[in-house]
Each structure stands twice: as C-alpha cells, then as structure tokens.
Design a protein around this ligand. Structure first.
Ligand code: BTN
Length: 276
C-alpha cells in the first residue's frame, strides 16, 4: 500500500489521504517535534474528527507524566484527533479503548502465541516489557463536553530504548520476533483495531472496553506497586478497575482507588492476602 510522500509541516492546511484499513484521514509527515503537538495545533485550526497524524520521527516526543518518548525513525508515531459528542468524564474510557486496540494490533503483528498485556493505565507489554505507550490529551467546552481529544500512540516496531532504571523495561516488535513487520503494515493493522474499539466505546460504552482491558490486564490479582500521581509508592493487590478506570488496590482488605500514576516493574513484596 504505497503512501504519498510525507508532507512538510507548515502554517497552511496539511493535505490528508485515506488511512489504510479504517475511515481516518491520514496526514503523513517526515520529522516533527511531536505528532500530538501537531495534532493539537490542527485542532485549534478546526481539524476534522478522525484525522490521524503520522510522522517518521519526532524530535520532542512526549510521554505521560512529563516524560520524553524517544522517537527514532523505524517506530510508529501517530496521533488521532477525535471530536466525540460526549461528556468530558468519558475521555478516560477512550484511553482504555486505545490500549485494547493497540494490544490487539500488536498481537496480530507478532508471530505465535506471545503474551500481550495491558498495564494500567494504558501501556502495552509483550513478555512483561513495554512495547507501546499512549498519551491522551483533551480539551473541554464550558458545558463540560469534549471539544477535542488527541490520542498519541507510540509503538516500538524496529527498536526500543535500552534498559535504564528511570524507565519501564522496553521491547520492540522486531525484538519479539516480528522483524519483518513494516511501518505501513503496522499502521494498517493499528487503524483497523482502533476503528473497531472506538466504535465499541461509542456504541457500548466503557463497560465493554473495561471487560476487554481486564481480560488483558497485567498483574491482575497479584501484588503490585504503583507510583501514584503524588509520587507516593503504594503497595497492594490489584483487584481491577472501577467504572471510571481508576485502579483498585487492596491494602490489607482496605480498597483504595488510584486515579493517576504508573504500575512499577516487578511485583511488590506484599504478603499474600485473600481476595475480598
Ligand atoms: C507513554 O507511555 O508515556 C506515552 C507515550 C506516547 C508516545 C506517543 S508517540 C506519538 C505521540 N506523540 C507524542 O509526542 N507522544 C505520543
């Protein structure tokens, strides 16, 4: 599926083309600071729902919680603009829908029965290592409705950052045996799964997404450690997600909701506790 030459980013309107495998309008760029930053600029310029920005490389890729997303050529960097007719409180469900879509896409791209898991809130792991990350940004109208949502997705296709104690251990599709997976193939598979899960989110709501995410959840019912939004490290047993997508942590029988943060690598040294 040949794509047109990457467009140069400029102040004017960027030319879009049909995306492979799904009804998205695709904008292909060469080097950008961040596809999500470009997408947010396009939102301000009235970009349409389902516009997808794809870049070959990023010079200032952004991750969650202010982190950097290292973005050499060879990996997939896309940001999808959505303009859902929905209350702002529903945006969280979109990140979980995107995570399930990315996990399904990664599974399709990998040979054999490799374990693909979703790590709270929206990372995708293969063999316990991070292969993809998702960054959701949104803007809300005065009436509390979503004005726009930008879902930024990075998938390590050809390479991944080396192990380093400051970040979750990473992997790539190539390292997991899909050395032949090309970027255009990966994009097509991703678009198809994103389209499917965005429809399910719109038609069936968060419960369907939540069920699918829990089926793939990393560490469910196990002892975990979570770095919460306030930097405190909380330990306990991972009992699931509530109806808002918060992680339910069981601390000696007391259930606590964690609304922001990251599940840390490895298992927490918590002593076994009965399910409650
Ligand atoms: C994370 O795991 O912290 C989220 C990483 C999100 C990275 C993607 S790459 C495409 C888009 N552009 C960005 O600058 N970030 C997202």
């Amino acid at each position: 599926m040949p794509l047109t030459e990457p467009a140069r980013e400029g102040p004017g309107v960027l030319e879009a083309q049909p995306a492979p495998g799904a009804p998205f309008k695709l904008i292909v760029l060469d080097e950008v600071d961040s596809t999500s930053t470009v997408a947010k600029r396009l939102c301000a310029a009235d970009a349409e729902d389902r516009t997808l920005v794809w870049a070959v490389r990023q010079t200032a890729g952004r991750g969650r919680l202010g982190r950097t997303w290292i973005s050499p050529a060879g990996n997939l960097y896309v940001s999808l603009i959505l303009r859902p007719d929905a209350d702002a409180t529903r945006a969280t469900g979109l990140t979980f829908a995107a995570a399930v879509a990315v996990a399904d896409a990664v599974e399709e791209l990998l040979p054999g029965a490799t374990a693909v898991r979703c790590k709270w809130p929206n990372d995708v792991l293969v063999g316990g290592r991070k292969v993809a990350g998702i960054l959701l940004e949104s803007s809300t109208s005065a009436a509390g409705l979503l004005d726009w949502v930008v879902i930024g997705i990075g998938i390590n296709v050809a390479s991944h950052p080396p192990d380093d104690e400051t970040m979750y251990p990473a992997t790539s599709l190539a390292a997991e045996g899909a050395a032949g997976a090309g970027l255009e193939q990966a994009l097509g598979v991703l678009c198809r799964h994103l389209d499917l899960w965005l429809r399910r989110w719109a038609e069936e709501g968060f419960p369907a997404v939540r069920r699918a995410w829990l089926d793939r959840a990393h560490g469910l019912e196990a002892a975990i450690a979570v770095r919460a939004g306030d930097e405190a490290v909380l330990e306990g047993f991972f009992r699931g997600l509530d109806e808002d997508g918060a992680l339910i942590l069981d601390q000696a029988g007391v259930r606590r909701r964690v609304t922001a943060g990251d599940v840390l690598p490895g298992q927490a040294p918590a002593s076994p506790a009965p399910s409650s």
